[in-house]
Ligand binder design. Structure first.
Ligand code: PLP
Length: 400
């Protein structure tokens, strides 16, 4: 049997993943997603590792909205968009997203992974240049790989290096600068304003993937371009419905009309994959309506974030400064930091706090950390419980 040979090989591969300490376990949750979740082993823990920034995932009012949509528009469409998979709500959501971000139009994908897989290939060829941050998300890297465009990888958030690369790329037909709006390991926010300045100077479009920003970053939650004061200057925004915006699934591209029109004709993940389910689309409309009405949720998220960051700093933890609800607790200056990150996360879970420790090669060597993600749904009491647990566990390991 052909698989016999492959089985041996795969077993070795699986072992080497385990030996390298890179094995990913899935922890099974038996409740809804939320600030508190119940694990399969019966433990109820506070969740500090979801991308549930606005706290919408699992909320009853969204479930109620979803039920109404499900009842009216049904479960599935059994079609791609351009055959018979476009309902009025798909058009309405695309309009809402475009209006929310101040762009001409928007186009939905099954996920942001797909949006990034379909954003470059239809418009960039061998005569073009793509300038990409070294730490950009895997989906951007894969999307660029699908093109024959020339790739220029600039040092992480290094605008001088970007400028050098832009100079090198001047002979290309079209150029585009591409960055995550927020980088998920450090919570650092791209210098989108500077990217736009350089884009103007060197005739390059600017694209950000705002998956960790749409809905809450910036005064009214329009994301990293709003935070940097250049929302009108960014050409393309990709993002996900699977994080702050209810957390189900779905992605989109928002931008200039002509580009969105081209994507509808040529973007392969859009053309050759099923339409988003009505229940996700209709419920996402309710989310955008809510976010257009009030900044209450993002304001609470920012207050929670500030409170947690301040208290943790006061307690003596080494955290990467910033304003993003991704709060990395750095452990690199302690011996055996990789193991420390895992031991601390395990102890924190025993204290009822669900967080994840990251270490090399997911983050650079000597930069092991526990990544905390704050939500608008965390109460002050929950934040205090997490802070106190961190202090208790931190003392045990001599971290504070
Ligand atoms: C999470 C994430 C994605 C993937 O989004 P999905 O909708 O889950 O596919 C893409 N880009 C960035 C920057 C992300 O953080």
């Amino acid at each position: 049997m052909a698989f016999g040979k492959m089985r041996d090989f795969m077993r070795q591969e699986l072992n080497s993943i385990k030996e390298a300490g890179l094995w990913k376990e899935e922890r099974v949750i038996v409740s809804r997603q939320g600030p508190e979740v119940e694990l399969k082993d019966g433990r109820k823990v506070l969740n500090f590792c979801a991308n549930n920034y606005l706290g919408l995932a699992g909320q009853q009012w969204l479930v109620d909205e979803a039920k109404k949509v499900l009842e009216k528009y049904g479960y599935g469409m059994s079609s791609v968009r351009f055959i018979c998979g476009t309902q009025e709500i798909h058009k309405e959501l695309e309009r809402k997203i475009a209006d929310f971000l101040g762009k001409d139009d928007a186009i939905l994908f099954a996920a942001c992974m797909d949006a990034n897989g379909g954003v470059f290939e239809p418009i960039f060829g061998p005569e073009d240049a793509i300038l990409t941050d070294r730490l950009n998300h895997a989906s951007i890297i894969d999307g660029i790989r699908l093109t024959k465009a020339k790739r220029f990888i600039y040092k992480h958030m290094d605008m001088d290096d970007l400028e050098e690369k832009l100079k090198e790329a001047q002979s290309a037909r079209f150029r585009i600068i591409v960055s995550d709006g927020v980088f998920s390991m450090d919570g650092d926010i791209a210098k989108v304003d500077k990217m736009c300045e350089l884009g103007e100077k060197y005739d390059a479009l600017v694209m950000v993937d705002d998956s960790h920003a749409t809905g809450f970053l910036g005064k009214t939650g329009r994301g990293s371009p709003e935070y940097r004061g250049c929302l009108d200057k960014v050409d393309l925004i990709t993002s996900t419905l699977g994080k702050a915006l209810g957390g189900a699934s779905g992605g989109f591209i928002a931008g200039h009309q002509e580009l969105i029109d081209i994507y509808r004709q040529r973007s392969r993940p859009y053309l050759f994959s099923n339409t988003l389910p009505p229940v996700v689309v209709g419920t996402a409309i309710a989310v955008f309506n809510k976010l257009s009405e009030t900044t209450q949720l993002r304001d609470r998220l920012m207050e929670n974030t500030k409170y947690f960051r301040n208290k943790m700093s006061e307690a003596g933890f080494d955290i990467i400064p910033g304003e993003h609800p991704i709060v990395p607790i750095m452990l690199g200056k302690f011996p055996n930091d990789a193991k420390l990150s895992q031991d601390m996360a395990a102890d924190l879970l025993d204290e009822g706090i669900y967080v994840v420790g990251f270490y090399y090669p997911v983050v650079p060597r000597g930069e092991s950390r526990i990544r905390v993600q704050i939500s608008a749904a965390h109460t002050k009491e929950m934040l205090d419980r997490a802070i106190n647990a961190f202090i208790k566990v931190g003392k045990k390991y001599g971290v504070v």
